[in-house]
Structures are given as structure tokens and as C-alpha cells.
Design a protein around this ligand. Sequence first.
Ligand code: AMP
Ligand code: MN
Ligand code: MN
Ligand code: MN
Length: 287
Amino acid sequence: MLNIDLHCHSNVSDGILPPAEVVARAAANGVHALALTDHDDVSGIAAAQAAADDAGLTLIAGVEISVSWGGQTVHIVGLRIDPTHPELAAGLHRIRLGRIERAQRMGVDLAQSGIDGAYEGATSHAANKQMVGRTHFARWLVAQGHAPDMRTTFKRFLTRGNPGYVEHEWTSLENAVGWIRASGGIAVIAHPGRYAFTARELHLLLDAFRALSGEGIEVITGSHHPSEYGKFADLARAFSLKASRGADFHAPGEGIDIGRLPALPHYCQPVWQGWPELAAHFSPSMA
Ligand code: AMP
Ligand code: MN
Ligand code: MN
Ligand code: MN
């Protein structure tokens, strides 16, 4: 069976490892095909592709786009995108500008709770100064001793109702899916189990996503508890969405490692079915 992992981060967004090291780690873990899906930025893909060529691994060009929908933040993964596509690149650039402005407001909000210098501190934890996010604030808060670990940090800070959380308008679902499709890619709803939607709201999201020609949904992800896999596999089938699998790896020791996930349930239609770049991994006897 092929080990396919279609969601991970490098230090181009809020991962710890440079893109080439993410690819090397995937290869060491036995991954055959890997999608690098940095938040709102595609500038790691060239280095990841070069490393994948060296390692004999298939790299899928990807991105994870931040969207506002239904009063919440929803993440849309784009797979097999063209990272040079002008419309996609321009859209992602606008999101990153919004991120910097949001990060400054987060710094002001934390200062009002007596924590000074957070914006500068978070930025110092970001290898890519254009892509500053809550993870960088969390790493700085842990390093400063404001919380013992990442999990506690997000509980005490940076989430709705807590210091460091500011409302922010990301791009629309329509824009995100539209840019992905314009660049030749496939749109996938990331970690549906993470959103605080009611069942009805989630169904509305899936309907809206399908109406925009979104095609896939993550079923097996590091963000889902194993007890949730069946629920989202059923949902994928009910809404005729293809199923995806990805660890959402960010850093060694944080969450599930690249490629270390169970297989998709047998009744799911994999999002990668029929991708020609995977054919090389099938031996003739398996074809
Ligand atoms: P942002 O896009 O800047 O709002 O940051 C979102 C990122 O924060 C996610 O992609 C995760 O990497 C991280 N994150 C969100 N919630 C948590 C949590 N409870 N624990 C650890 N990391 C989290
Ligand atoms: Mn992240
Ligand atoms: Mn996400
Ligand atoms: Mn992610």
C-alpha cells in the first residue's frame, strides 16, 4: 500500500523544519507521496521539490488557505496547485498582509493583559517574516514561561475569549476554492472535526463547498481523534466528496509524525485516485 500524506508544514509557515528537511523526514518515514501545505504561502515548494527529486519521493504542490465562513475560520487545502499561478499568488499575498496586521493587533491585545513585546517575539520565532501566526506567538509565550506547553498556551491565550485572540476576516470560501481551481488544483476541506459548527452548519459548509466545485475532505488527519474517522468517512460519502489523509505535521514531538496515520476506510474514494504522478510507485503486479 502506498503511504500518502497530503498535509504538512515547513518553516515557511508555522512548522519548525525547512522544506527540504520535511521532505527528508517524510522519505525516512516511508512516505511515497507528500503534499507540502504551508499556510497561505507557497514559497517552500521549489526547495521541497528539489529534495523530493533527490529522495525519490513524489511531491504534491499544496497550500492551506485561511478562510472566514459562518463566523469561524475554516482551512481549505489546495492540492496539485500551480504555485506560480498569478491569481493564486496575489490572493495569498493579500492574506499574508492581513496576517501581519492581525499579528500587530494580537501584540496590542496581549500587552493589555500585561504581556509586552509579543509581536516582536512572535516574529523572531518566524523564519518567514511574511507568515506570522498564532503558533509563533505560542512558541514565544512558552519560551517566556507564560505557559508550560503549546496545548496549554492555546487554552489560556490566542483562542476566542482569551488574551491574544483578535477577530480577523480571512478570505472567502469562494476566493480560496476559486484560486485553487484557477491554478489547476483540487480543493479539500481541512480537518472538519476542528470546527465548532453544529451538524447543520457543517452540512451547509459542505453544500457551499460542493457548489463551488470543491472536491475533497480530510478524513484521516492528525487533528481528528481516531474515534472521529468513521464519522467523517461517512460524511465524505454522503456528500460525494473524495477523502484525504494527512498528518498536519508541524514539528518533531508535536502531534502525529509525517506518514504515521492509519489508511483511509476502504469505502472512501481517495482524493489521489488516478493521479498520474503516483503511477511510478505501483509495481506492475499491483497495477
Ligand atoms: P493561525 O492561522 O495563525 O490562526 O494559526 C493556526 C495554527 O495554530 C494552526 O494551524 C495550528 O498549527 C495552531 N493551533 C491552533 N490551535 C491549536 C491548539 N489548540 N494547539 C496547538 N496548536 C494549535
Ligand atoms: Mn499550523
Ligand atoms: Mn489547519
Ligand atoms: Mn495545517
